[in-house]
Design a protein around this ligand. Structure first.
Ligand code: PMP
Length: 479
């Protein structure tokens, strides 16, 4: 399985021909991944990595049933959805069965961005309103229309300007958000109300000044903003406000759907709400590009009544549908939702234990196999430990464990592994993290009385980090 091209040649070709904006993980020393099985990935030297971040490889990398379904359908026919095909209607029926009424009409698309773009289009046509309410730090996709509603992107220094019809509500982060626990309230429910009221104010203003809201779009648990679990009652109240202002509620389940939260198939269910439009993607094809929008007959009718055909060349092609059906088979047969619940609880408990040992851990939160560990330099001020988080992600990679970090200050360690992740994997992850955190304590003690000035000359070498490390080690030894 080893790829024949030396890694250095792959890097050179990539630098030459792939847009620089497409960033690599571990930029100074990127990984070349050539194969995956279940929760593991292998590099070109055969080294095996425990994958704790790939929520796309939902049922495990290269699951044989998914591969087989794709291969079979590929050898029969792949065409567009203007022809009848059983895989398409079976998939639609199966997805609808997982959702509450009246969500029953599907549109098959190819990516999460496309799904959210279509959701917004449906909302516009149905409500005839323009104002969209989104959450701070949210990301909903790479299309121009989605960057418009993604503060995660438009708030970056080089990002585009926020359109005036987009309104950004505070993210319901009870640890480091606008209202925190226990500073602003002793009751989490009340925090839900405080955060929801922020959306309520926007809704009333929009209704008064513009005639109404088009949509409220949010991940039911915000992943891009740093693994945020909203307080109980938050979405319920928000949805009420949005509907009072004639808007529709879009639940972006692109990252958090398909049973990841362990207790439910869809993350919005943990907030006891029913959206008007649900978008899904990533895990749906286990790596194959397939996504969907599911809405109510009423909203679908408004779209149909425009008389404009919706045609999507690849959306709903039989190969994608066969693959998505295979993914659903595995979620059911291997009881992956129950597994996410069991293993997720174990992982959360173990992370909580770590919190008692390491003061760098300020908060541990999650649902199922969607877990965040927020690092702070000071628990009282909750100051983000960004540099430490970066160091930890890199050290874990050296230990052959892949994790990532996110949040506005990039200080939240993110775990969202394939759902075949086991309790033993969780133990290995936490034990290694424990060791790395111990090291960090040791390092801090060693360097507190040292003041070093390091001048770094940029060099065109992928091993720059290793070279720097060796030089630093020698410098420390000699000083
Ligand atoms: N919504 C959310 C919450 C996402 O995380 C992403 C991708 N990271 C998208 C939408 C866009 O999906 P895609 O990259 O498949 O277009």
């Amino acid at each position: 399985y080893l790829q024949s091209m030396p890694k250095s040649v792959t890097i050179k070709l990539r630098e030459k021909h792939i847009g620089g904006a497409c960033q690599l993980f571990f930029r100074s020393s990127p990984l070349k991944i050539v194969r995956g099985i279940a929760q593991f990935m292998f590099d070109e030297t055969g080294d095996r990595y425990l994958d704790c971040i790939n929520n796309v490889a939902h049922v495990g990398h290269c699951h044989p049933h998914v591969v087989e379904a794709g291969r079979n359908q590929m050898s029969l026919i792949s065409t567009n959805n203007r022809y009848l095909h059983d895989e398409l209607v079976i998939l639609a029926e199966r997805l609808v069965k997982t959702l509450p009424k009246p969500l029953s009409v599907c549109f098959l698309v190819n990516s999460g961005s496309e799904a959210n773009d279509l959701a917004l289009r449906l909302a516009r046509i149905h409500t005839k309103n323009k104002d969209v309410i989104t959450l701070d730090h949210a990301y909903h996709g790479h299309l121009t229309s989605m960057i418009d509603v993604s503060p995660y992107k438009f708030n970056l220094p080089g990002g585009p300007e926020k359109p005036d019809w987009v309104h950004v509500a505070p993210v319901p982060d009870v640890y480091r958000g606008k209202y925190t626990y226990p500073d602003d309230s002793q009751s989490v429910e009340l925090l839900g109300q405080l955060y929801a009221d922020e959306v309520g104010v926007m809704c009333r203003k929009s209704k008064k000044e513009k005639g109404g809201v088009c949509a409220f779009i949010a991940e039911s648990l915000q992943s891009c903003g740093g693994q945020i679990i909203p307080p109980d009652g938050y979405l319920k109240k928000v949805y009420e406000y949005v509907r009072e202002a004639d808007g529709v509620c879009i639940a972006d389940e692109v990252q958090v759907g398909f049973g990841r939260v362990g207790t439910h198939m869809w993350a919005f269910e943990t907030q006891d709400v029913i959206p008007d439009i649900v978008t899904m993607g990533k895990p749906m094809g286990n790596g194959h590009p397939v996504a969907a929008v599911i809405t109510t007959p009423e909203i679908a009718k408004s779209f149909c009544d425009t008389g404009v055909e919706y045609f999507n060349t690849y959306g709903g092609n039989p190969v994608s549908c066969a693959i998505a059906n295979a993914v659903l088979d595995i979620i059911e047969e291997e009881k992956l939702m129950e597994r996410a619940h069991r293993v997720g609880n174990h992982l959360l408990n173990r992370c909580e234990e770590l919190k008692h040992k390491h003061s760098l851990i300020g908060d541990v939160r999650g649902k199922g196999l969607f877990v965040g560990v927020e690092l702070v330099t000071d628990r009282k001020t909750r100051t983000p430990a960004t540099a430490e988080a970066k160091h930890i992600v890199n050290r874990m990679r050296e230990e052959k464990i892949l994790i990532s970090r996110d949040g506005p200050d990039s200080n939240v360690l993110k775990f969202k592994p394939p759902m075949v992740f086991s309790s033993q994997d969780a133990d290995r992850l936490v034990d290694t993290l424990d060791r790395v955190l111990d090291e960090l304590k040791g390092n801090t003690r060693t360097v507190t009385n040292l003041k070093l000035e390091v001048r770094v000359t940029p060099i065109d070498d992928v091993n720059a980090e290793a070279v720097l490390k060796t030089n630093m080690t020698q410098l420390l030894k000699s000083s």
